[in-house]
Design a protein around this ligand. Sequence first.
Ligand SMILES: *Cc1c(COP(=O)(O)O)cnc(C)c1O
Length: 396
Amino acid sequence: MLSERAKKIKPSATLSIDSKAKEMKASGVDVISFALGEPDFDTPDNIKEAAIKAIKSGFTKYTPVGGVPELKDAIINKLKTDNSLEYDRTEIVVSCGAKHSLYNAAQALYSPGDEVLIPAPYWVSYPDQVLLNDAVPVIVDCREEDLFMVTADSLKEKITKKTKAVILNYPSNPTGYTYDKKTLEGIAEVALKHNLFIVSDEIYEKLLYDGLTHISIASIDKEVKKKTIVINGLSKSHAMTGWRIGYAAGDKSVIKAMENIQSQSTSNPTSISQKAAIEAMTGQQETVSIMVKEFDKRREFIVKELNEIPGVSCRRPQGAFYAFPNIKAHLGKSVGSRKVADSSDMAMYLLEDAAVALVPGGAFGMEGYIRISYATSMEVIKEGLNRIKKALKALS
Ligand SMILES: *Cc1c(COP(=O)(O)O)cnc(C)c1O
C-alpha cells in the first residue's frame, strides 16, 4: 500500500499534457505544442563552456550542500543590484531548480493543518507541495478585471488562526501579469499583521515587457524581508531548464532549515551546473535581452491574433511567455457527439481534433481560460492559431 501522502497528490498537469502530445507525435501526428513552460532558446554558449571546463578540470565531486560560496556570492550580488536586497551567505541556499527551492520552503514552513493561501490562477505545483506537508491549500480566487492578481482585501477574507503563509508568483505563470508596488505593499501589510510568511516566486523576473521593472516584495522594508522567502532560478531567464539550478533567499533560520532538509534528501545541486550558473549570472547578459525581445514580438502577435478569433478575448500580458485567453463563449458548445463543457474538455478537443496541445485553465484553478505558451517559433504560433481558429469555428 502506498502512503496517504503519495495518494494525495497528482502528477503535474503541464507535464502530463506534454507527454500525451509527445506520444501523439511519436505515433506520427503533427502536433503543435503550446503546452510547455520552457524557453525554446538554447542555453547560451558561454554557459555551456563553463560547464565543459568544470568537467574537464575535475569539478565533479560533492560541493557544500547549499551551493559553493562563489555561486552564493553571485546570487547575493544579483539580489543587491537587481532587487536592492542585502543578504549574506547564510541567507542563501541553492537547490536543484526553483521547484526544489519551493519544495524545501514548504517542508521547512508548513506543519500538518497549517493553511497556506494560494491565489488562483496559480502555478500547478503550489497546492500539491502544500498537500505533501499535510497542510491545507486555501485557494483565493482572483478576477480577470483585477488582471488575475490577488488583492489585499481578498487575502484578508481567507485568513484564519491557522494561516501560515501566502504564495505569490509574479510575473505570473499562467497569466503573464505582475504586481505594482502599491498592491505589493497592501499584501505585505496584511501578511505582517497576521504574521504570515510570504513565499515569493520571482522566476520570471527577467521576462518583463513594455519597460516594466520587477519589484520584489522583500524590498518593501526590513520587516517584510524577514518574513519573505524569495525564490528564483536560472531556468527561464537563461534557458537552463535542464541544468536544475534555483535558489532561495530569506531569514537565516528558514534558510538553515531548508539546507538541513536538502542535506538529508538531494545533497548539493550538481557541481557542474553550479559552475554554469556562476557564468550565467556573472557573464554576458546580452542573450537574455535578445530572448526577451523575441518573446515580446511573439506576445504582440499572439495577443492580436487571439483577439481576432470569434468568442476569444485575451488581455495583453506584461511578462513571462504565456497568453491566458478567455474562452468562456465557447464552453457548453458541441461538435458531433462531443460536448466541450469546461477548459479541460477544450484542451482535450484541441489536442485530439486539431493536434494542438495546451493547458486548460482548470489546471491552474481558473475555469474558462486556456494557457498558450509562446515559447515556440513564430511559424509554429501561426499554424497553431490557425488550427485553434478552425476547431473553434466547428463548435456550435
Ligand atoms: C518554471 C517554473 C518554476 C520552476 O523552475 P525550475 O527552476 O526549473 O524548477 C517555478 N515557478 C514557476 C512559476 C515556474 O513557471
